[in-house]
Design a protein around this ligand. Structure first.
Ligand code: C2E
Ligand code: MG
Ligand code: MG
Ligand code: MG
Length: 283
Protein backbone atom coordinates (compact mmCIF):
# COMPACT_ATOMS: atom_id res chain seq x y z
CA UNK A 1 0.00 0.00 0.00
CA UNK A 2 1.68 3.19 -1.19
CA UNK A 3 1.19 6.51 0.57
CA UNK A 4 1.51 9.79 -1.24
CA UNK A 5 2.08 12.58 1.25
CA UNK A 6 0.92 16.06 0.35
CA UNK A 7 1.64 19.16 2.45
CA UNK A 8 -1.52 18.79 4.44
CA UNK A 9 -3.09 15.65 3.28
CA UNK A 10 -2.38 12.02 3.15
CA UNK A 11 -3.52 10.19 0.10
CA UNK A 12 -3.74 6.51 0.57
CA UNK A 13 -3.24 4.63 -2.64
CA UNK A 14 -5.01 1.38 -2.02
CA UNK A 15 -4.34 -1.83 -3.91
CA UNK A 16 -7.78 -1.47 -5.44
CA UNK A 17 -7.02 2.00 -6.83
CA UNK A 18 -3.72 0.73 -8.07
CA UNK A 19 -5.40 -2.11 -9.85
CA UNK A 20 -7.88 0.26 -11.42
CA UNK A 21 -5.19 2.62 -12.70
CA UNK A 22 -3.17 -0.27 -14.03
CA UNK A 23 -6.28 -1.66 -15.65
CA UNK A 24 -6.91 1.61 -17.50
CA UNK A 25 -3.26 1.74 -18.55
CA UNK A 26 -3.40 -1.75 -19.94
CA UNK A 27 -6.69 -1.08 -21.67
CA UNK A 28 -5.16 1.96 -23.33
CA UNK A 29 -2.08 0.11 -24.52
CA UNK A 30 -4.21 -2.72 -25.88
CA UNK A 31 -6.66 -0.30 -27.45
CA UNK A 32 -3.92 1.38 -29.42
CA UNK A 33 -3.25 -1.91 -31.16
CA UNK A 34 -6.82 -3.11 -31.32
CA UNK A 35 -7.62 -1.16 -34.45
CA UNK A 36 -4.61 -2.49 -36.33
CA UNK A 37 -5.33 -6.01 -35.17
CA UNK A 38 -8.93 -5.82 -36.35
CA UNK A 39 -10.28 -6.40 -32.87
CA UNK A 40 -12.81 -3.60 -33.14
CA UNK A 41 -16.14 -4.65 -34.57
CA UNK A 42 -19.31 -2.77 -35.32
CA UNK A 43 -22.63 -4.21 -34.26
CA UNK A 44 -25.93 -2.82 -35.47
CA UNK A 45 -29.13 -2.52 -33.47
CA UNK A 46 -32.40 -2.13 -35.36
CA UNK A 47 -34.64 0.87 -34.78
CA UNK A 48 -38.28 -0.01 -35.32
CA UNK A 49 -41.17 2.19 -36.37
CA UNK A 50 -44.15 1.42 -34.24
CA UNK A 51 -47.21 1.27 -36.47
CA UNK A 52 -46.00 -1.62 -38.64
CA UNK A 53 -43.08 -2.80 -36.49
CA UNK A 54 -40.73 -2.58 -39.47
CA UNK A 55 -37.09 -1.62 -39.36
CA UNK A 56 -36.43 2.03 -40.18
CA UNK A 57 -32.75 2.21 -39.32
CA UNK A 58 -29.89 0.90 -37.24
CA UNK A 59 -27.52 2.33 -34.67
CA UNK A 60 -23.86 1.38 -35.03
CA UNK A 61 -22.41 0.28 -31.67
CA UNK A 62 -18.77 -0.57 -31.29
CA UNK A 63 -17.50 -3.76 -29.69
CA UNK A 64 -13.99 -4.79 -28.80
CA UNK A 65 -13.16 -8.43 -29.11
CA UNK A 66 -10.23 -8.60 -26.74
CA UNK A 67 -7.96 -11.65 -27.18
CA UNK A 68 -7.98 -12.44 -23.46
CA UNK A 69 -10.86 -10.53 -21.96
CA UNK A 70 -13.60 -11.39 -24.45
CA UNK A 71 -16.04 -8.67 -25.44
CA UNK A 72 -15.20 -5.38 -23.75
CA UNK A 73 -18.04 -2.89 -23.36
CA UNK A 74 -17.75 0.52 -25.03
CA UNK A 75 -18.80 2.00 -21.70
CA UNK A 76 -15.36 0.90 -20.51
CA UNK A 77 -13.11 1.83 -23.42
CA UNK A 78 -14.83 4.80 -25.10
CA UNK A 79 -14.05 7.08 -22.11
CA UNK A 80 -10.38 6.02 -22.24
CA UNK A 81 -10.30 6.57 -26.00
CA UNK A 82 -11.79 10.02 -25.41
CA UNK A 83 -9.35 11.04 -22.69
CA UNK A 84 -6.37 10.07 -24.78
CA UNK A 85 -7.58 11.46 -28.09
CA UNK A 86 -7.55 7.99 -29.61
CA UNK A 87 -11.25 8.51 -30.29
CA UNK A 88 -10.37 10.72 -33.26
CA UNK A 89 -8.83 7.96 -35.34
CA UNK A 90 -11.28 5.45 -33.94
CA UNK A 91 -14.28 7.62 -34.80
CA UNK A 92 -13.00 8.07 -38.31
CA UNK A 93 -12.75 4.31 -38.70
CA UNK A 94 -16.23 3.78 -37.20
CA UNK A 95 -17.91 6.22 -39.58
CA UNK A 96 -16.25 4.79 -42.65
CA UNK A 97 -16.89 1.19 -41.68
CA UNK A 98 -20.53 1.85 -40.77
CA UNK A 99 -21.24 3.76 -43.99
CA UNK A 100 -19.60 1.01 -46.04
CA UNK A 101 -21.56 -1.74 -44.25
CA UNK A 102 -24.96 -0.11 -44.44
CA UNK A 103 -24.44 1.06 -48.00
CA UNK A 104 -23.83 -2.60 -48.91
CA UNK A 105 -26.92 -3.67 -46.97
CA UNK A 106 -29.07 -1.01 -48.62
CA UNK A 107 -27.78 -2.03 -52.03
CA UNK A 108 -29.05 -5.55 -51.30
CA UNK A 109 -32.46 -4.24 -50.28
CA UNK A 110 -32.91 -1.21 -52.50
CA UNK A 111 -36.66 -1.00 -51.96
CA UNK A 112 -36.35 0.04 -48.35
CA UNK A 113 -33.08 1.73 -47.54
CA UNK A 114 -32.55 2.15 -43.81
CA UNK A 115 -30.97 4.99 -41.88
CA UNK A 116 -27.64 4.69 -40.08
CA UNK A 117 -27.10 6.30 -36.69
CA UNK A 118 -23.52 6.84 -35.55
CA UNK A 119 -22.49 8.09 -32.10
CA UNK A 120 -20.15 11.06 -31.89
CA UNK A 121 -18.28 11.85 -28.70
CA UNK A 122 -17.51 15.38 -27.53
CA UNK A 123 -13.84 15.17 -28.53
CA UNK A 124 -14.85 14.27 -32.04
CA UNK A 125 -17.35 17.05 -32.12
CA UNK A 126 -14.74 19.57 -31.02
CA UNK A 127 -12.48 18.47 -33.86
CA UNK A 128 -12.40 21.21 -36.51
CA UNK A 129 -11.86 18.63 -39.22
CA UNK A 130 -15.03 16.73 -38.37
CA UNK A 131 -17.24 18.29 -41.00
CA UNK A 132 -14.75 17.78 -43.81
CA UNK A 133 -14.13 14.24 -42.64
CA UNK A 134 -17.82 13.37 -42.73
CA UNK A 135 -18.27 14.95 -46.14
CA UNK A 136 -15.33 13.01 -47.48
CA UNK A 137 -16.45 9.70 -45.96
CA UNK A 138 -19.86 10.12 -47.54
CA UNK A 139 -18.27 10.80 -50.91
CA UNK A 140 -15.88 7.87 -50.62
CA UNK A 141 -18.45 5.32 -49.54
CA UNK A 142 -21.34 6.61 -51.62
CA UNK A 143 -23.57 6.60 -48.55
CA UNK A 144 -26.58 8.87 -48.92
CA UNK A 145 -26.24 11.82 -46.53
CA UNK A 146 -30.01 11.84 -45.96
CA UNK A 147 -29.72 8.41 -44.38
CA UNK A 148 -26.94 9.33 -41.95
CA UNK A 149 -27.94 10.37 -38.44
CA UNK A 150 -25.25 11.58 -36.07
CA UNK A 151 -26.02 11.00 -32.39
CA UNK A 152 -24.72 13.55 -29.94
CA UNK A 153 -25.61 14.04 -26.31
CA UNK A 154 -26.87 17.24 -24.78
CA UNK A 155 -23.56 17.82 -23.00
CA UNK A 156 -21.64 17.68 -26.29
CA UNK A 157 -23.77 20.48 -27.58
CA UNK A 158 -23.97 22.52 -24.41
CA UNK A 159 -20.24 22.38 -23.80
CA UNK A 160 -19.58 24.20 -27.03
CA UNK A 161 -22.85 25.79 -27.99
CA UNK A 162 -21.75 28.44 -30.50
CA UNK A 163 -19.29 26.27 -32.39
CA UNK A 164 -21.73 23.38 -32.21
CA UNK A 165 -24.46 25.31 -33.99
CA UNK A 166 -22.05 26.23 -36.79
CA UNK A 167 -20.95 22.63 -37.32
CA UNK A 168 -24.49 21.33 -37.08
CA UNK A 169 -25.70 23.84 -39.64
CA UNK A 170 -22.95 22.86 -42.04
CA UNK A 171 -23.95 19.23 -41.64
CA UNK A 172 -27.54 20.14 -42.20
CA UNK A 173 -26.62 21.89 -45.44
CA UNK A 174 -25.31 18.63 -46.83
CA UNK A 175 -28.51 16.89 -45.55
CA UNK A 176 -26.95 14.89 -42.72
CA UNK A 177 -29.35 14.48 -39.79
CA UNK A 178 -28.71 15.04 -36.10
CA UNK A 179 -30.17 13.16 -33.13
CA UNK A 180 -29.90 14.13 -29.50
CA UNK A 181 -29.00 10.94 -27.64
CA UNK A 182 -29.88 10.05 -24.04
CA UNK A 183 -32.33 12.94 -24.05
CA UNK A 184 -33.48 14.06 -20.62
CA UNK A 185 -30.30 13.17 -18.76
CA UNK A 186 -28.26 16.27 -19.64
CA UNK A 187 -28.53 19.96 -19.03
CA UNK A 188 -29.97 21.27 -22.24
CA UNK A 189 -32.33 24.15 -21.88
CA UNK A 190 -35.39 24.48 -24.01
CA UNK A 191 -34.08 27.62 -25.67
CA UNK A 192 -31.03 25.76 -26.89
CA UNK A 193 -33.05 22.84 -28.07
CA UNK A 194 -35.10 25.19 -30.17
CA UNK A 195 -31.99 26.76 -31.72
CA UNK A 196 -30.29 23.52 -32.55
CA UNK A 197 -30.81 22.09 -35.95
CA UNK A 198 -31.44 18.65 -34.47
CA UNK A 199 -33.93 16.41 -36.22
CA UNK A 200 -34.58 13.81 -33.58
CA UNK A 201 -34.60 12.99 -29.89
CA UNK A 202 -33.80 9.68 -28.29
CA UNK A 203 -35.46 9.28 -24.93
CA UNK A 204 -32.97 7.87 -22.45
CA UNK A 205 -33.50 4.32 -21.28
CA UNK A 206 -33.57 5.37 -17.64
CA UNK A 207 -37.00 6.96 -18.23
CA UNK A 208 -38.32 4.02 -20.20
CA UNK A 209 -37.20 1.62 -17.47
CA UNK A 210 -39.11 3.53 -14.81
CA UNK A 211 -42.29 4.11 -16.81
CA UNK A 212 -44.07 1.13 -15.31
CA UNK A 213 -43.85 2.82 -11.93
CA UNK A 214 -46.34 5.31 -13.33
CA UNK A 215 -46.76 8.81 -11.94
CA UNK A 216 -44.01 11.28 -12.81
CA UNK A 217 -41.96 8.74 -14.71
CA UNK A 218 -44.67 8.22 -17.25
CA UNK A 219 -45.41 11.93 -17.43
CA UNK A 220 -41.77 12.73 -18.22
CA UNK A 221 -41.85 10.41 -21.23
CA UNK A 222 -45.20 11.83 -22.29
CA UNK A 223 -43.79 15.36 -22.02
CA UNK A 224 -40.70 14.54 -24.08
CA UNK A 225 -42.86 13.01 -26.80
CA UNK A 226 -45.12 16.08 -26.81
CA UNK A 227 -42.13 18.42 -26.87
CA UNK A 228 -40.45 16.53 -29.70
CA UNK A 229 -43.61 16.55 -31.75
CA UNK A 230 -44.16 20.25 -31.18
CA UNK A 231 -40.64 20.88 -32.48
CA UNK A 232 -41.31 18.55 -35.43
CA UNK A 233 -38.63 16.14 -34.35
CA UNK A 234 -38.50 12.38 -34.71
CA UNK A 235 -38.65 10.58 -31.40
CA UNK A 236 -37.19 7.21 -30.46
CA UNK A 237 -37.63 5.43 -27.15
CA UNK A 238 -34.36 3.77 -26.15
CA UNK A 239 -34.07 0.48 -24.30
CA UNK A 240 -37.57 -0.94 -24.69
CA UNK A 241 -37.19 -4.43 -23.22
CA UNK A 242 -40.70 -5.68 -22.49
CA UNK A 243 -44.11 -5.91 -24.11
CA UNK A 244 -45.40 -3.74 -21.28
CA UNK A 245 -42.90 -0.99 -22.09
CA UNK A 246 -43.74 -1.24 -25.77
CA UNK A 247 -47.45 -0.91 -25.02
CA UNK A 248 -46.78 2.17 -22.91
CA UNK A 249 -44.70 4.02 -25.49
CA UNK A 250 -47.27 3.05 -28.10
CA UNK A 251 -49.97 4.53 -25.91
CA UNK A 252 -47.93 7.74 -25.66
CA UNK A 253 -47.74 7.83 -29.45
CA UNK A 254 -43.96 7.58 -29.58
CA UNK A 255 -43.21 6.74 -33.22
CA UNK A 256 -39.99 4.69 -32.96
CA UNK A 257 -38.38 2.26 -30.54
CA UNK A 258 -35.03 0.63 -30.05
CA UNK A 259 -34.41 -2.08 -27.52
CA UNK A 260 -33.90 -5.71 -26.63
CA UNK A 261 -37.62 -6.39 -27.02
CA UNK A 262 -37.20 -6.20 -30.80
CA UNK A 263 -33.51 -6.85 -31.24
CA UNK A 264 -30.11 -6.67 -29.62
CA UNK A 265 -27.12 -5.16 -31.39
CA UNK A 266 -25.81 -7.75 -33.89
CA UNK A 267 -23.15 -8.24 -36.55
CA UNK A 268 -23.94 -7.07 -40.09
CA UNK A 269 -24.25 -10.60 -41.41
CA UNK A 270 -26.85 -11.49 -38.82
CA UNK A 271 -28.78 -8.31 -39.53
CA UNK A 272 -28.77 -9.01 -43.24
CA UNK A 273 -30.24 -12.48 -42.80
CA UNK A 274 -32.64 -11.45 -40.01
CA UNK A 275 -36.42 -11.41 -40.23
CA UNK A 276 -36.25 -7.61 -40.52
CA UNK A 277 -35.18 -8.11 -44.12
CA UNK A 278 -36.60 -11.55 -44.77
CA UNK A 279 -40.03 -11.75 -43.21
CA UNK A 280 -41.32 -15.32 -42.91
CA UNK A 281 -44.76 -14.22 -43.91
CA UNK A 282 -44.76 -11.40 -46.38
CA UNK A 283 -47.76 -9.20 -46.49
P1 C2E B 1 -25.94 4.84 -26.57
O1 C2E B 1 -25.50 5.54 -27.80
O2 C2E B 1 -27.00 5.48 -25.77
O3 C2E B 1 -26.37 3.39 -27.07
C1 C2E B 1 -27.43 2.65 -26.53
C2 C2E B 1 -26.92 1.60 -25.58
O4 C2E B 1 -28.05 0.93 -25.00
C3 C2E B 1 -26.09 0.51 -26.24
O5 C2E B 1 -25.13 0.08 -25.29
C4 C2E B 1 -27.13 -0.58 -26.47
O6 C2E B 1 -26.57 -1.87 -26.61
C5 C2E B 1 -27.94 -0.46 -25.21
N1 C2E B 1 -29.29 -0.97 -25.33
C6 C2E B 1 -30.12 -0.94 -26.39
N2 C2E B 1 -31.31 -1.49 -26.11
C7 C2E B 1 -31.25 -1.90 -24.83
C8 C2E B 1 -32.18 -2.55 -23.95
O7 C2E B 1 -33.31 -2.86 -24.30
N3 C2E B 1 -31.74 -2.81 -22.68
C9 C2E B 1 -30.49 -2.48 -22.26
N4 C2E B 1 -30.15 -2.79 -21.02
N5 C2E B 1 -29.59 -1.84 -23.05
C10 C2E B 1 -29.97 -1.56 -24.32
P2 C2E B 1 -23.60 -0.17 -25.67
O8 C2E B 1 -23.51 -0.76 -27.04
O9 C2E B 1 -22.96 -0.89 -24.54
O10 C2E B 1 -23.01 1.29 -25.78
C11 C2E B 1 -22.93 2.12 -24.66
C12 C2E B 1 -22.57 3.53 -25.05
O11 C2E B 1 -21.24 3.58 -25.57
C13 C2E B 1 -23.45 4.13 -26.14
O12 C2E B 1 -24.68 4.58 -25.59
C14 C2E B 1 -22.56 5.23 -26.64
O13 C2E B 1 -22.64 6.34 -25.80
C15 C2E B 1 -21.18 4.60 -26.52
N6 C2E B 1 -20.81 4.05 -27.84
C16 C2E B 1 -21.10 2.84 -28.38
N7 C2E B 1 -20.60 2.73 -29.61
C17 C2E B 1 -19.97 3.91 -29.88
C18 C2E B 1 -19.25 4.43 -31.02
O14 C2E B 1 -19.14 3.79 -32.09
N8 C2E B 1 -18.74 5.70 -30.91
C19 C2E B 1 -18.91 6.45 -29.77
N9 C2E B 1 -18.36 7.68 -29.74
N10 C2E B 1 -19.58 5.99 -28.70
C20 C2E B 1 -20.11 4.74 -28.76
MG1 MG C 1 -26.47 6.38 -29.30
MG1 MG D 1 -28.58 6.56 -25.79
MG1 MG E 1 -25.43 6.64 -23.91
Amino acid sequence: QARILGRDRLLVFTPKMHEKARGAMETLMDLRQAMEKDELILFYQPIIQIPDEKITGVEALIRWKHPHRGMVSPAEFIPIAEETGLILSMGKWILKKACTDIKALNDLHPKKPITLSVNLSSKEFANTELFEQIRQTLAETGFQPELLKLEITESVVMGNAEAAVITLNKLKEIKVRISIDDFGTGYSSLSYLHRFPADSLKIDRSFIRRMHLGGENLEIVRTIVTLGKALKMEITAEGVETAEELAMVQELDCPCVQGYYFARPMPLKELNTSHFFHPLISG
